[in-house]
Design a protein around this ligand. Structure first.
Ligand code: DQA
Length: 143
């Protein structure tokens, strides 16, 4: 069975509490439960990981590659806009990443308009709320 990883970066552990006007009311646990149910319908296995630490995210990406998980749904959160290290891990480990943002980063502050991750991502979804993760899951499961 194909395994797909869902990786979330800093502050996303507080989904539902954090700026609900921007990120919605659903918690990370709610999101993971929804995706788990969808994965069962699609016949794929999921692995979940969230960290507020850049280095932990780098190490986790390499562990996913070592485990043979090539499909990753990744919301790098604020590190999207700052992290060469995460970009290099994706590229170096040869991971197929769909970059997901809950909000439409292009309608927000200018510092959110640039992503270090997009040039090494297979696809990018933003602005569709938590639904973006489901769309990415369907895309990776169908490949
Ligand atoms: C985010 C957008 C980022 O700019 C922000 O730093 C986040 C969340 C999103 O999902 O919309 O933490 O990645």
């Amino acid at each position: 069975m194909k395994t797909i990883a869902i990786v979330n970066g800093p502050n996303l552990h507080r989904l539902g509490q954090r700026e609900p006007g921007v990120y919605g009311d659903g918690s990370l646990a709610d999101l993971e439960a929804t995706l788990q149910a969808e994965a069962e319908q699609l016949g794929v296995a999921l692995r979940f990981f969230q960290s507020n630490h850049e280095g932990a995210l780098v190490e986790h990406l390499w562990e996913l590659a070592d485990a043979g998980v090539t499909g990753v749904i990744f919301n790098p959160a604020a590190y999207t806009h700052t992290s060469v290290a995460l970009r290099d891990a994706i590229k170096g480990a040869g991971l197929k990443v769909i970059e997901v943002h809950i909000s439409n980063v292009h309608t927000r502050e200018a510092f959110r308009h640039h992503s270090y991750i997009s040039p090494v991502a297979a696809g990018v979804i933003c602005g569709l709320g938590l639904k973006g993760y489901s769309l990415a899951l369907h895309a990776l499961a169908g490949q």
